[in-house]
Design a binder for this molecule. Structure first.
Ligand code: NDP
Length: 384
């Protein structure tokens, strides 16, 4: 049976992995729409290859380029923030939410409101608007499939079990490229070094988040919303090999873990085929070659981001959205050469210390909190 699919963030790393899977099984999918921010030529090429009905750029200034690249193809082009929401609201059977950052939140909400299936990679949407997004999922009877490898692993380990029987959910973290670096080395870490993840090939923002461990902090908050076992039953363990993608421990002492190659096509395939399985071209694990799996507690002295995220989750209200927004600003500034590596978490921490706006109760209020926190964080940017 052919299913329709829309990919929000088609030109990114998750978008490319998703399209790779679709390319291998063209008959199974009818590509409705693909989106990007401003990679107009790349988006147009993908839209033509996959026979999409519609291609959308989030940045309206890039629409003329998209129109030109699509001319004669018969594919409709649109641009702007509202166009992203409109395309998400077309009601494809499956929407892959892979825009990076809080910019993906409104389109994700628009997709959820259609009550269909959403494969959610865009963790920042859930961090910023967890309660609102999860209520929307419930209200509209949507199916939210976690695509982040850790959450997808937990989702698989929970299958057939009751959350009341869970003792611990353990998120694994590779520890990133700077796992063994001293404070002094971290203070001098460069953009190029931060962008070299030891195990995963991902977009720039999440790669820097992995290096600061903020990625794990955001995932902690993400897990709290997706699997409501309570914050005191969620923990993080450093596992440098990234073979175990996360674990669930039950009250009888059993721990279920999901293992797999460090290739996002595996969790994406699990979402696309859910509740069945599909083939991927991923090389299976070769455990004798891997040899050893090791584990360690996170070092929150050198990597304070997971502590910040835990504190933001405990504080609740606007705090997670503020943390996320400040981090987005700080990561962009680091990538732009404006601040040092260790200033990223410092700016997130200092923004959280400001008087927090009141708890947002709607999408509009989350976006207002996000905007305010960005303003505060931008004021803290100092030259590197
Ligand atoms: P990339 O940076 O590779 O891609 C981001 C995509 O979003 C691109 O298509 C980009 O378009 C688009 N985009 C960026 N900014 C905007 C905007 N303001 N409005 C509309 N579209 C925008 O990111 P990743 O694929 O690495 O990550 C996507 C999401 O998935 C993130 O939330 C990340 O945390 C999550 N994730 C990613 C994993 C990975 O392995 N990459 C693993 C687990 C989760 P353009 O090309 O035009 O810039």
């Amino acid at each position: 049976m052919t299913r329709s699919i829309t990919i929000l963030g088609a030109t990114g790393s998750i978008g490319a992995s998703t399209l790779d899977l679709i390319r291998r099984d063209r008959e199974a999918w009818d590509v409705k729409a693909l989106t990007a921010n401003c990679s107009a030529v790349e988006l147009a090429a993908l839209a033509i290859e996959f026979g999409a009905e519609l291609a959308v750029v989030g940045d309206e200034a890039c629409l003329p380029d998209l129109r030109e690249a699509l001319s004669g193809s018969g594919i409709e082009a649109a641009g702007g923030a509202q166009a992203l929401c409109d395309v998400a609201a077309l009601g494809a059977d499956m929407t892959v939410a892979a825009i990076v950052g809080c910019a993906g939140l409104a389109p994700v909400m628009a997709a959820v409101e259609q009550g269909k299936t959403i494969a959610l990679a865009n963790k920042e949407a859930l961090v910023s608007a967890g309660d609102i997004l999860m209520s929307c999922v419930e209200k509209h009877g949507a199916t939210l499939l976690p695509t982040d490898s850790e959450h997808n692993a937990i989702f698989q380990c929970l299958a057939g079990n009751d959350l009341d029987d869970v003792s611990w959910i353990t998120l694994t973290a590779s520890g990133g490229p700077f796992r063994e670096w001293s404070h002094e080395q971290l203070a001098n870490a460069t953009r190029a070094q931060a962008l070299k993840h030891p195990n995963w090939d991902m977009g720039a923002k999440i790669t820097v988040d992995s290096a600061t461990m903020m990625n794990k902090g955001l995932e902690f908050i993400e897990a709290w919303h997706l699997f409501p076992v309570g914050l005191d039953r969620l923990r993080i363990v450093v596992h440098p090999q990234s073979v175990i993608h996360s674990m669930v421990e039950y009250r009888d002492g059993s721990t279920l873990a999901q293992l797999g190659p460090s290739d996002m096509r595996v969790p994406i395939a699990s979402c696309l085929a859910w509740p069945r399985r599909m083939d991927t071209a991923c090389k299976p694990l070769d455990l004798p070659t891997i040899g050893t799996l090791s584990f360690a507690a996170p070092d929150e002295d050198r990597f304070p981001a997971t502590r910040l995220a835990r504190e933001a989750a405990h504080a609740g209200g606007a705090a997670p959205a503020v943390l996320n927004a400040a981090n987005e600003v700080a990561v962009a500034a680091f990538l732009d050469g404006q601040i040092t590596f260790t200033q990223i978490s410092a700016i997130a921490a200092r923004t959280l210390e400001k008087e927090l706006p009141r708890a947002p109760t709607s999408l509009e209020e989350v976006l207002a909190v996000d905007g305010k926190a960005r303003e505060l964080a931008r004021m803290m940017l100092e030259p590197a």
